[in-house]
Design a binder for this molecule. Sequence first.
Ligand code: SAM
Length: 421
Amino acid sequence: MKPGLPARRAALYLLTGVTEHNRLMSELIGGGALEKLEPADRARAQRLAVAALRHLDRADRMLKPFLRKPPPLAVQNILRLGVVEICGEGAASHAVVDACVDLAAQGKHTASLKGLVNAVLRKADQPALWEKAGQSRLPDWLRDPLIAAYGKDRVARMEQVTASAPPLDLTARKDAQAVAEATGGTLLPTGSVRLTDPGQVSRLPGYDTGDWWVQDAAAALPARILAPANGESVIDLCAAPGGKTLQLAAAGATVLAVDASETRLARVSENLARTGLTAELQTGDAREVTQTASAILLDAPCSATGTLRRHPDLPYAKDGSEFAALIDLQTQMLDHAISLLKPGGRLVFCTCSLLPDEGEVQVEEALIRHKDISADSEALKLPGIDPAWITSEGGLRLTPDQQAGIGGWDGFYMACLRKAG
Ligand SMILES: C[S@@+](CC[C@H](N)C(=O)[O-])C[C@H]1O[C@@H](n2cnc3c(N)ncnc32)[C@H](O)[C@@H]1O
């Protein structure tokens, strides 16, 4: 087989799985999509599929003038992969065209259109047209509510950050400055260490000794806001894969980490073992926990629309139809978490979502339902946090366009709720 073909075929399989069968890349990979590939091809297949998804809309706009009518999706996906590799990745055009024609020739539904693939991609090596096509826009089902919440210009800035590869952020177990020095990273004002060209994560200094773990700088803030005291008991209600559990344990808290998924909780266990930290793990529904505490973290399951840079498949695998059930689950979890709070205690509620229904609205409505709860916006004023990001109900709204000059961060919402003493 020609070199490069197995990786491109696997990339096409991933792209088809997302765009045609509405599956997430993590599900496809977890289901063995890349199992038969050599490690280098596996990495290349993922890289190509991710690049195609980051630039999907841009690729479609670039291809449109070359197509008299929209081709079948199977052919469109081959063209998308080809054009993104040529224009977005700067790969040698003739090699990409040959590979894409081979891909088309091998497919039952695409073989008869390999001539079209050849003809279109031969015309595609035009950087000026790629520039003119402009940055990718999110699909309307997601773009519309975001524009309603943030306005068109800000959504365009978010899309710009979302279309680029994210930096790698690390959270230090103890000494962030020492981790920055050892890894060649930059210490951000919020306390995370940022690396722009990290290479293989497990080869970075301090991986084996568990000196740090990978965690987006925005995702590291909820545990910093909860700020448990040494020895304080904390419940982490939706804990897996455990980034926040590790932070709480590293701060010296006695942590009960709960998650509904046994498989995902096993990852918390692995992460605790690597970092030499401890927590009590409990598989179960957060809404059935009975233990009370004065410090609770609720990182509720959500649309994950704040993590699009890392998961560019999400806007194409989903259509928003599952979100109403998630929003309902978040409300139930928030009410239950409040019921577990001891008088005077604090709860940090957060979601990695850009949708106000999963953030601002949840807290606004919780404050109406629970008269003994108030939002503590002072607790949000940490180093690196712009007070302008604090919202009217007293939460913190983080969006990918903030910190854009240094690579942006995930979209997140968080609030610190206090129970009257
Ligand atoms: C956003 S993730 C948590 C990320 C985690 N806090 C971290 O920092 O690594 C949400 C988690 O909620 C869990 N979950 C979903 N429904 C749940 C439920 N009813 N009770 C407890 N956990 C649940 C999922 O398995 C998932 O691991």
